[in-house]
Design a protein around this ligand. Structure first.
Ligand SMILES: [Mg+2]
Length: 390
């Protein structure tokens, strides 16, 4: 049933750079998979980030081409929507494909094509996963305001205006210098309603001693995201014990093994679930459901500079499940002045929320403006397998 696949890279220049403690990003770095099921086309995306999963654009493109799509297609029961989606879920693509971003790109393309073929939205595919009913809650999702490292907290919040400020539910502030963290936090706290939560994202840049020293000063912080070098399990547990600081893991947690280690060692209160680092929509959903069972909170995050299928698939999870502590939407409209998708990326920045996308499939398609920045690396057909483009 998989009749034709094309593998692309998408490197789209950003209008403004995005900075955090260890990186500055100036262009997208995505792999796009364009896949046809019975002639119906779907799109998937992976966003390899070396500092999160060790993947590169090149390694991800290689991993997609190493994927035996004929064998994979043989394991799918193509008869009905439910049987197709259930068998895609049973494939456990992060186990089959070498690298979570590659798995995400293949999975989202496959689900998009399957949903379109049966004229169903991606949210319907999530229902096939059989998650507990209490997790389902269709509707708009409240999204965080993320203030990146090069932005002043006070002026960013002052620029919002009173109405948008009053509607904010969560502000996430990127920090690096530990001496600056309390100042950035209190600049936010001074301006926000008491019910608005503030978290700090350190991107692993503090030493355990720095984090313990600063920890006591962070009054009123909802949690600190990735305070120490990734997977410093005993140090993270000690930090939580000694300071009472709630910890969210991001770079440290890309799948169930990390989640279980974090729980066993007492290293986390929350995790950041992002589709590409987790290996796709179903892997992310399963990780979140498992975390919820274990009493660990979840943020649904994004990778900076997702160009289309990733943010759209994430939006299905954001608006279909209600377990999220908070949801990130990204700022695709500001990073990429040209509309990369149809319909275009959009966030209600007064009410700070995103709406469910109407189907079928992931609900968006790439525009010419996006395709101009793509390069087709290889093509797959059932009879000839993968062929590299010259
Ligand atoms: Mg983070």
């Amino acid at each position: 049933m998989i009749s034709h696949v094309r593998l692309h890279t998408a490197t789209v220049p950003m209008a403004t750079a995005f900075d955090h403690a260890t990186r500055s990003r100036r262009r997208s770095e995505s792999v796009l998979v364009e896949l046809r099921v019975g002639g119906v086309r779907g799109w998937g995306e992976g966003a390899p980030r070396g500092y999160v999963t060790g993947e590169t654009l090149e390694s991800t493109a290689e991993a997609v081409q190493a994927c035996d799509l004929a064998a994979l297609a043989d394991r799918i029961d193509w008869r009905t929507f439910d049987s197709t989606v259930a068998s895609v879920a049973a494939l456990d693509l992060p186990e089959l494909v070498d690298g979570p971003s590659a798995a995400a790109a293949v999975e989202i393309a496959l689900l998009d094509a399957v949903c379109r073929r049966f004229d169903r939205p991606l949210a319907d595919a999530l229902r096939v996963l059989g998650a507990p009913a209490r997790l389902h809650r269709t509707g708009p999702a409240s999204v965080s305001l993320v203030i990146h490292l090069s932005r002043d907290v006070a002026s960013t919040l002052d620029d919002l205006g009173p109405r948008a400020l009053a509607k904010l539910r969560h502000v996430k502030i990127k920090v690096a210098d530990p001496a600056d963290a309390a100042r950035r936090l209190s600049a936010a706290r001074d301006r926000l309603p008491a019910g608005t939560r503030v978290s700090l994202d350190v991107n692993g840049s503090w030493s355990p001693a720095e984090a313990e020293r600063v920890g006591g000063e962070l009054t009123g912080v909802a949690w600190v995201e990735e305070p120490l070098a990734p997977r410093s399990w005993p140090e993270l547990a000690r930090l939580r014990q000694r300071t009472g600081l709630p910890v969210m893991l991001d770079e440290s947690c890309t799948g169930p093994a990390d989640l279980h280690t974090a729980v066993d060692t007492g290293a986390a209160d929350h995790i950041n679930v992002r589709l590409s680092k987790c290996g796709g929509l179903f892997a992310a959903a399963r990780l979140a459901a498992r975390a919820d069972e274990l009493g660990v909170g979840c943020q649904l995050g994004v990778h900076v500079a997702e160009v289309g299928p990733l943010w759209a698939a994430g939006r299905a999870l954001a608006t279909e499940w209600g377990l999220w502590q908070t949801v990130e939407a990204g700022r695709g409209d500001e990073w990429f002045p040209d509309r990369l998708t149809r319909p275009a990326f959009s966030v209600d920045r007064v009410r700070h929320r995103v709406m469910p996308l109407a189907g079928p499939g992931i609900g968006i398609e790439p525009t010419e403006a996006l395709l101009r920045h793509t390069r087709c690396l290889a093509t797959w057909r059932p009879d000839s397998g993968w062929r590299r483009n010259r």
